[in-house]
Design a protein around this ligand. Structure first.
Ligand code: MG
Length: 259
């Protein structure tokens, strides 16, 4: 099933579910008790929002061998974790803003895991029981700031640097699906999730050995090779086979640099 968050001219932001080209509201909490109402709202009159408002966004660096090599580093022997702030999340169609502090903002197309249950020290063999579903993410990165700072909070953490959507797919096998990133229609990244060094259940188990996973938390599973620049006026589209396509325009932030 596909869960969305949406709003219309007359309806406030809320969870919904998708049936072909129509939306139905969802009453209650999608992570525990909920009730689906009739799918009678045409998709074209709704604005889709980021499909989840995560408490935390756990990211995995260098989880594809070819991407590690293009960054000039060896693939890690344990998952390399970092965080993006919840304030970096935007939805489909919202603009990625290029911050004035950076001259090198890049796209990173990634499969995103949405956690559905509270868990700590989750064994790998039980990890998929804690997954609610999957969505598409773009781990937008100010590469120059990431390199300069040595740790990644600033380079990964700007507002608008975590597009998510267009929906959460709950019936999904994450092990061999194509991830494609196009900028202005031109293919930049294309690889299968099969090429991940650490697969989804290992990432969930590993992250839960560090911090408690909570419903709505999101894990970004790393990007394949082919990262490249985003410029003012571009449109970036990340497509994951079996889920859907996440499209965002790119705009320069008009704010002036003061610090
Ligand atoms: Mg990444």
């Amino acid at each position: 099933m596909r869960f969305v968050r949406f709003e219309t001219r007359t309806l406030p932001p809320q969870y919904g579910w998708l049936l072909d080209n129509a939306l139905g509201p969802v009453e209650g909490d999608i992570f525990s008790e909920y009730r689906r109402l009739e799918a009678s709202i045409p998709l074209e009159i709704a604005r889709l929002l980021a499909p989840v408002a995560p408490g935390k966004i756990i990211c995995v660096g260098r989880n594809y061998v070819e991407h590690a090599r293009e960054q000039g580093v060896e693939p890690p022997d344990i998952p390399l974790l970092f965080l993006k702030p919840p304030s970096s999340v935007i939805g489909p169609g919202e603009a990625i803003l290029l911050p004035p502090q950076s001259r090198q903002v890049e796209h990173e197309a990634e499969l995103a895991v949405v956690i559905g249950r509270l868990g700590r020290w989750i064994p790998p063999e039980a990890a998929l029981d804690y997954v609610f579903g999957y969505t598409v993410a773009n781990d937008v990165t100010a590469r120059d700031l990431q390199r300069r700072d040595g740790q990644w909070t600033r380079g990964k953490g700007f507002d608008t640097f975590c597009p998510l959507g267009p929906w959460i797919e709950t019936d999904y096998d994450p092990y061999d699906n194509l991830i494609t990133c196009r900028v202005n229609g031109e293919i930049r990244q294309m690889a299968s999730t099969r090429d991940m060094i650490f697969p989804v259940q290992q990432l969930v188990a590993f992250a839960s050995s560090v911090m408690t996973l909570e419903p709505g938390d999101v894990i970004l599973t790393g990007t394949p090779a082919g990262i490249g620049p985003l410029l003012d006026g571009d449109e970036v589209a990340v497509d994951i086979e079996g889920i859907g396509e996440l499209r965002n325009p790119v705009k320069a932030d008009v704010r002036q640099l003061s610090v």
